[in-house]
Design a binder for this molecule. Structure first.
Ligand SMILES: [Zn+2]
Length: 514
């Protein structure tokens, strides 16, 4: 790897490569060498040694991301290795630590957060344990320990990022809410929910300790309406929340409610008030919710400036865009997604003002399916030119020709921080008269050879300008999502069940008609 290895690292790696010797010599090892041996074991995937190290862990804290990070020896950054064997060994070792009869137990905090889920595992076994799997493993371990009759001792605080679906809901609920004293107390810093009913979500969040929660993502197959969201925020309460993601249609009115005649929306008012009580909130992602005309009321009362705002496909109108362009959040925005809005057709000057006010901070801009055409490229170039901090630009699904892309790419070379560009398949590669926005089938039917030539030409343009550092691509069916990857089977089954239920209702209705 080209990294200089210290004698300490080399010795540690040699020792842990002989698990039997390592285990026998642990008694004589100074306490401050445990972190070194742990990282060496993780690097070499010596699961047995990891487990024994955790069992005997002599320090008060075990913090996974700090132990695996680049500032500790050996020098590799191992935080993007979610090696199944190693992580299972960590959690089993933690259980052994609790079960170790009689020995002094020093460990007070085990922080399992801060590892990254990536597409390709660099570890020897190459098998990952994703966030969902880590959640289940930890929950199962907690439940097993609850079943042991242990001598009452101070519980270990376990900090974790949880990902809960119907598939692990029961075991997580049992792990979080033990009737009696539990040797491991899970403290949840970030929580992702998918494929749960609204009442299951409320139940598990109450147990997860919402007071400490920093990040809440409720996605895909959790069907919330505005009544649920209001209930969630008002009844559960998240004083420390910094980041909130809600699923599609989360601002729709409850099915039984009757719309107020005066245009007032008490649920929206209440949701906005609850959000305004969060003193740390800087990220709000509410894509695919209908928010036409509601943005001023939703974002106006917020106490803290937002740094991340995802309003993709929210059917924004002029009033919403005008508010966005002028509000105090805009000069702090780092990540902005306005996909699915005809920005240049409907709001050319407002969008221009929005970008010019966000230019000092904006790092990531997404404008997919925004009906950006060749005639808009000059304006787009002008709007992007002051965005000197921009690192990532995504604009898939726009009807742009190869010529317009070339013009745009020349301008992109001038953005010093730019690293990643996702550009659409040029219009020229589709049959004449293709309609936008495209469905997946239409999108996939393009002239691949023509595309390859144009993409190569665009890359060559960047290279000539000395910008080999900019990665360009066209991920037609989305980028890698580790959470979806891990739960796709369950998601598929969930959708199939929903479809089956819909069919059953349909045939029942048909029978009644007959
Ligand atoms: Zn591995």
């Amino acid at each position: 790897t080209g990294t200089m290895r210290s004698l300490r690292s080399i010795s540690a790696e040699t020792l842990v490569s002989h698990p039997q010797v390592a285990q026998q010599s642990l008694d004589g090892v100074a306490h401050n060498l445990y972190p070194l041996l742990f990282k060496a074991s993780y690097l070499l995937e010596q699961a047995e040694v990891i487990r024994v190290l955790l069992e005997h862990w002599p320090l008060e804290e075990f913090r996974l991301s700090a132990l695996l990070g680049p500032r500790s020896e050996p020098p590799e950054d191992l935080r993007d290795r979610t090696c199944r064997a190693c992580l299972e060994a960590c959690v089993q070792g933690l259980a052994d630590h609790v079960l170790r009869a009689g020995g002094p137990q020093r460990l007070r905090v085990a922080d399992l957060t801060g590892v990254r889920d990536v597409q390709v595992q660099q570890c020897p076994c190459g098998r990952a344990l994703g966030r969902w799997g880590r959640t289940e493993l930890l929950a199962r371990t907690c439940c097993q320990l609850q079943a042991e009759s242990l001598v009452a001792q101070r519980p270990i605080r376990v900090l974790a990022d949880l990902f809960v679906t119907e598939g692990n809901f029961e075991v997580v609920v049992q792990a979080l809410g033990p009737a009696g004293p539990a040797p491991l107390r899970v403290h949840c810093l970030s929580f992702r929910a998918d494929s749960l009913s609204p009442s299951q979500l409320l139940q598990v969040l109450r147990l997860a300790g919402p007071g400490e929660l920093r990040r809440l993502e409720v996605v895909h197959n959790v069907r919330l309406h505005a009544g649920h969201v209001q209930q969630l925020l008002a009844q559960v309460g998240f004083p420390q929340l910094a980041s909130l993601t809600l699923p599609a249609k989360a601002f729709d009115a409850p099915p039984t409610s009757t719309p107020a005649s005066d245009g007032e929306d008490p649920l929206l008012t209440s949701i906005a008030w609850e959000l305004s009580q969060m003193s740390q909130l800087t990220e709000l992602c509410v894509a695919f919710s209908t928010l036409t005309g509601k943005i001023p009321e939703l974002l106006g009362p917020l106490r803290t400036p937002l740094r991340t705002l995802d309003l993709a496909n929210c059917s924004l109108n002029h009033a919403d865009m005008a508010f966005l362009a002028d509000c105090s959040h805009t000069t702090h925005l780092e990540v902005l997604d306005l996909s699915g809005h005809s920005l240049f057709h409907l709001f050319p000057s407002t969008f221009f003002r929005l970008l010019s006010r966000a230019a000092q901070t904006l790092r990531v801009l997404t404008m997919e399916e925004c009906s950006i055409e060749d005639s808009h490229v000059n304006m787009l170039v002008l709007a992007l030119s002051p965005c000197h901090k921009l690192c990532e630009l995504r604009f898939l699904g726009n009807p742009l020709s190869a010529r317009a892309l070339r013009r745009l790419f020349v301008a992109l070379c001038e953005l010093p921080k730019l690293q990643c560009v996702e550009f659409p398949v040029p219009k020229d590669c589709y049959p004449e008269g293709t309609a936008y926005p495209q469905d997946e089938l239409a999108m996939s039917k393009f002239d691949q050879q023509k595309y390859d030539v144009i993409a190569e030409d665009l890359r060559a343009l960047l290279h000539r300008a000395g910008r080999c550092d900019i990665q360009v691509c066209t991920p037609l069916f989305g980028s890698f999502d580790p959470d979806i990857q891990e739960t796709s089977n369950e998601l598929g089954a969930f959708l199939l069940r929903a479809f089956k239920a819909a069919l059953e209702n349909f045939s029942r209705a048909l029978e009644q008609m007959e």
